[in-house]
Design a protein around this ligand. Sequence first.
Ligand code: CDP
Length: 227
Amino acid sequence: MTAPQAPVPTAQTPALARRLVIAVDGPAASGKGTLARRLARHYGLPHLDTGLLYRMVALAMLDAGLRLDDAEAAAATAAGFDQGAFEEARLRGRAIGEAASVVAAIPEVRQALIARQRDFAAAGPGAVLDGRDIGTVICPQATVKLFVTASPEIRAERRHRELAGRGETTPYAAILDDIRRRDARDSGRGTAPLRMADDAVLLDTSALGIEEAFAAARAIVEGRRAA
Ligand code: CDP
């Protein structure tokens, strides 16, 4: 009598169906949001723009008349806000981006937002998350980590166009100042500063259009999956 054969593994074998978690980090207006959205659509995965969570905390505090540097109030806000309660156009405005980077430097705020992000990454077939600390803190075991960057001048141009497209007209020089200030605050904070994970792949999009950057990102993901 021959020994029972082990089932031949296929891509559909549940135990072997590998989850795909893609971490996309980078500085303000680097194009990481666009790439994360495109990658999510391409791989049929849900996408979480984690910057929106920090923007929601900031907006909820401003609406409640709270000071952004009130750590206790910020932590309480971060622990209990309703993600469906905000209008996206307001969240994406220039002032809220700046306010978000202030509350994001408060360790208790970051702590309060960890579970929402990890739960999102752990559900279903995988996920794409973009932010500042996805590869370093939120999903250190991500399948693929991208660190998307571009020069401050190029990022300021992109943000200028994006805001203008939404009717928010701001001089280019003021936006470049915003970008530099945010880079300094995001990279200089003590908790979960913006930095590239040791096992992340750098993608500099300064000289790339959206399609070229997306093709480069896909190639990086495919390379990692194959490995
Ligand atoms: O779109 P943009 O890159 O300008 O900003 P965002 O991704 O919406 O993030 C707004 C601010 O939230 C950033 O400047 C960071 O200070 C903070 N943030 C963070 O600290 N950690 C994240 N995972 C995402 C955003």
